[in-house]
Design a protein around this ligand. Structure first.
Ligand code: ARG
Length: 358
């Protein structure tokens, strides 16, 4: 008798538990659908959101298939005639039959602009006039991973400006920068025919160079890390050379170029980007573009936003402009207390972190 009652009770309990578990699963499923989709993660987007986004595609003579099947890297339109990409995208490690094997030949690739879905046609498809990469590019370490593709004809798409030193506040530590591309949607997986984007916060250089992350493989003067230490969202193979930009909503600026990562979206292996928004790379790009324009007889276009000189890495000045004046004496009072603080900073877009100690 007693056991019967217990049985009924426990069955009710079991049903209640089941309902609770089911409800939790529903909640978990909705929560993961809400999470910034996992590029890897992230979500599909349109070229209108990233009008400077370029796709580097192999020439049909070099690789069969449509533009999606021939796509191998990304890039950013920084002048009407020049697409910025990664050096490793155009660097050819196999010497060609003529011994001119250090970079792809202009007729090895085309550049697609103004198109969301690569296989869908439309937008612009450009022949290439010239390919260059940073003279200091080190293929062994990926330092100075910057390349240039000069188009045979000007593009009508909107270009992106590289962040100047006055704009460093837009992409300080923790800033929700955006990476976009048609690259792998999982490690070792296929790319996406439709352009994808993901929000990837800037990670501290000090974090990225710890042995548990990239250690000595990370060079803070020419690289910047962005992503999540817990993994799940990242750029991946095929996104290389593509833009890391400041978030939509504010002034859009180019701050990094997809360079490398160990695998994709792994824990403690965030994406590493060429640090395009700070010297020395920012100045090198401006100088290289200037030289390419002169050599190719192109009109000069400015590629850098506001401010010259170094990125000011020191934190902005902050103050608590409103808050309780008195410390509460008793434990009981402290437990019940509600306090309101107002913070202010010398730079717009500053994020605060604080803890309360009683
Ligand atoms: N090197 C890759 C490419 O050529 C890009 C890798 C980016 N990887 C990453 N985990 N963020 O496309």
């Amino acid at each position: 008798m007693l056991t019967d009652v217990w049985f009924v009770r426990s069955r009710r309990l079991a049903i209640a538990l089941l309902i609770a578990v089911a409800w939790m699963l529903v909640v978990a499923a909705t929560a993961s659908a809400d999470r910034p989709p996992r590029i890897v993660g992230g979500n599909t987007t349109t070229i209108a959101q990233h009008p400077w986004q370029a796709a580097l595609v192999f020439d049909p003579a070099k690789k069969p298939g449509n533009d999606f099947q021939r796509q191998f890297c990304g890039g950013s339109l920084i002048t009407t005639r020049i697409v910025l990409t990664a050096a490793h995208c155009v660097f050819d490690t196999d010497p060609g039959p003529l011994g001119l094997g250090t970079k792809l030949d202009p007729d090895d690739l085309d550049v697609v602009l103004g198109r969301t879905q690569l296989s869908g046609g439309g937008g612009e498809e450009h022949d290439v006039q010239r390919i260059e990469f940073h003279s200091g590019y080190n293929p062994a370490t990926a330092e100075k991973d910057v390349g240039y593709v000069v188009l045979q004809a000007p593009s009508a798409q909107q270009r992106i400006t590289i962040a100047g030193s006055d704009e460093f506040g837009l992409w300080r530590l923790g800033a929700r920068t955006v990476v976009s591309g048609w690259g792998g949607t999982s490690e070792g997986g296929l790319g996406s025919d439709v352009l994808k984007e993901a929000v990837v916060p800037i990670i501290a250089d000090a974090t990225c160079e710890t042995p548990g992350v990239y250690g000595t493989a990370f060079f803070r003067t020419t690289m910047v890390c962005a992503g999540f230490l817990e993994g799940g969202t990242d750029s991946c193979q095929g996104d290389s050379g593509g833009p890391l930009t400041t978030p939509a909503g504010g002034p859009r600026r180019l701050v990094g170029l997809v360079s490398f990562g160990e695998g994709c979206a792994r824990a403690n292996r965030p994406g590493v980007y060429s640090r395009a928004g700070c010297p020395p790379l920012r100045d090198d790009v401006a100088g290289d573009v200037f030289q390419l324009e002169a050599q190719e007889g192109l009109a000069h276009e400015n590629v850098v936003g506001s401010g010259r000189g170094p990125c000011d890495e020191t934190a902005p000045e902050t103050a608590i402009s409103k808050g309780p004046k008195k410390k509460l004496r008793t434990r009981k009072k402290r437990r019940r207390a509600k306090a309101k603080f107002v913070f202010s900073a010398s730079e717009p877009g500053t994020r605060f972190e604080c803890s309360v100690d009683g």
